[in-house]
Design a protein around this ligand. Sequence first.
Ligand code: SF4
Length: 497
Amino acid sequence: MSIPKGHLPCLPEQPDRPDCSECLDRPDRPEEACGVFGVYAPDEDVARLTYFGLHALQHRGQESAGIAVGDGETVTVTKNLGLVSRVFTESDLDSLTGDIALGHTRYSTTGTSTSWENAQPHLSAIGDQVIALAHNGNLVNTSELRDSLRGNGVRLRSTTDSEVIATLIGHFTQRHNHIREGIRDTMKLIRGAYSVALITEEALYAFRDPYGVRPLVLGELPLGGWVVSSETCGLDIVGARFLRDLSPGEMVKISADGLEAEQSVPAEKPSLCIFEFIYFARPDSVLHDCTLYEARRRMGAALAEDAPVEADLVIGVPDSGVPAAAGFAQASGIPFGEGLVKNRYIGRTFISPTQYIRQQGIRLKLNPLRHVIAGKRLVVVDDSIVRGNTSRKLVELLRDAGAAEVHMRITSPPVRWPCFFGIDTDSQEQLIASAMSVEEIREHIGADSLAFLRLEDVVAATGSSVSDFCMACFDGEYPVEIPESVRRGKLSLESCG
Ligand code: SF4
């Protein structure tokens, strides 16, 4: 398959650069894996609506960003490595005219993070028709599908599972002569987590895996038009009204004929990623009718009940730890304070730091307020401990700033299992809680005390029930069967069993 001339993406391929994740101490927490935003709004500036939608979803991926537009005749895309504010210029947005747009912010969990080809939306052709696709999630049967496509003589251009999805949709669409059936057949074959939006020159499609692992919501613009977004904060920024979540296994098509919805594959056990509540989603987003800010406050309050401690001040590790710290403070009666300031725009810079800057580690991201911290017995509320490195550096940073005691309180249980559904946790042997007890972790990070929130308290804070979630990184119960070859890469040998 080749993309027709004239439809090639409009920015030059970037040379590979050093992966800054190796340069800038990888964050010691699971990392998000992409934000998706789509809009159908004839007569509106859809590229700018998408640009602002992507700003709201920037926290879900900071490696690359892209916007594709359908203008009734074709689809064009602008995408590049870097933050949304860096990728698009006024003139880029001026040139992206049309009725439909699709945007994506990417954090890679498959494929090379620094390759332009792997940035999304992914552009491909079905015969003469160009489509753009944006994906949040991760398939677990990608290798199998890639092998089978290659066996059929299909050449793949990138290393992402998103390209596999687009290629399958193309294949089945050509067979049925209808893209909706192409998507339906593809959904029957792909396994894992996927919240996908796709545009043609005249329609916006969105579909979600049968487990509903990653969120995807639908909204309506007041002047007419529809929006799909990974989170409700993407609707809010463009003034769209939240209508509903896309259901697990559902596909919607939005075009001049309006909104058409169908249950394309049967829904399985609901398995929304519980880490969306703990850390990934923005505090002003709403999931399962619950504002993330409130859920995190309740998690902090539950920690105060479960693991009280005598202290002078409660601080949160920005951003997700802050509402939880406020909840802890309220429930415990210990004053709440701002003790850490986040260097918000460091993101995933593609500028290589010097050796000296690299050695500053956590200081690149967090700066302590010494006059607030000095001499205080601190409760420090954070969302998770994955490898333990950053927590250790954080405790050291706070002690250097004069903290008398540091009591770590974590709003999730210990992470013992890796994620296969689009979140970049390490292999099991790198997860500190898979090998150490809570007391050993406390000693490793150098805290005066350490407590994790119980899983039942996390669930209670969401207002939903245990049966609504994927909680596999805490309990090892994966909602989708993980092929042996995929398990082997991330699980320790005895777990592979
Ligand atoms: S394994 Fe963990 S991070 Fe991955 S989807 Fe399940 S709960 Fe979320």
